[in-house]
Design a protein around this ligand. Sequence first.
Ligand code: NDP
Ligand code: 8X3
Length: 249
Amino acid sequence: MTRTVLITGATSGIGEAAAHAFAGAGWRVIATGRRAERLDALVAALGADRVHPLVFDICDETARDAALAGLPDAFADIDLLINNAGLALGTKPADQANVDQWKTMIATNVTALVSMTHRLLPGLIARKGAIINISSVAATYPYTGGNVYGGTKAFVEQFSLGLRSDLHGKGVRVTSIEPGMIETEFTLVRTAGDQAASDTLYSGADPMTGGDLAETLLWIAQLPPHLNINRLEIMPVSQSFAGFQVARN
Ligand code: NDP
Ligand code: 8X3
């Protein structure tokens, strides 16, 4: 039976690669994002029978609900929700950070994610479906300038584990994925379009790609239904951990 996945943030990076991977594996894909032309390109590449685009801002619940209400019958029964849409804004330490950027990260990475999950939960329970939430290594390993972004991703990880508890016995799988460095539009967004900063970060680092994550998502989704990956931390080999810092007199 053909299964249906809803991928938030499918206009670039991990989400776009996941749309290709799931459609290629025979899933129906509901692809969401604000950039309609990117979603149209996905439909053109993969076919309208495979991909259905929903254009809305993930923080706008009214627009989201209107879009979901208009799903064609073939895409209406969602088996898997991939909560991927998210962003970091800014790299400054807390005392120099922009509080509006903090609020946007919380609204997108936390509030919209829990609201979308709550909206789709009844159907996911009815179909014994699955939820995969994209957290980050920033949830576990703090770094200077990561402040609120790391906080939002720690929320995503713990919310995922809490969902697992709440859904005990209902047959719904929940996974938190915590990736390290992936070359996507993430750094371009974080730096307000600074292509040089993005290129410098990824240069020579052999970072992960959206495709790497897409394969991981597909693997998790297609595991036998009695298996649940609770948390999965994944990094490029080139990335590892640094020590504590000490301020001296
Ligand atoms: P991209 O910037 O390439 O993709 C982000 C996606 O999120 C886009 O499709 C964008 O769509 C969507 N999005 C952002 N804000 C909104 C919004 N308000 N409404 C609707 N869609 C929105 O980055 P990535 O692919 O790297 O990021 C995907 C996820 O992975 C994020 O949650 C990120 O935090 C996480 N992550 C990324 C890592 C990395 O190193 N790249 C590492 C660990 C986690 P659009 O702009 O069209 O609306
Ligand atoms: C993205 C990874 O290290 O830039 O979540 O926070 S990091």
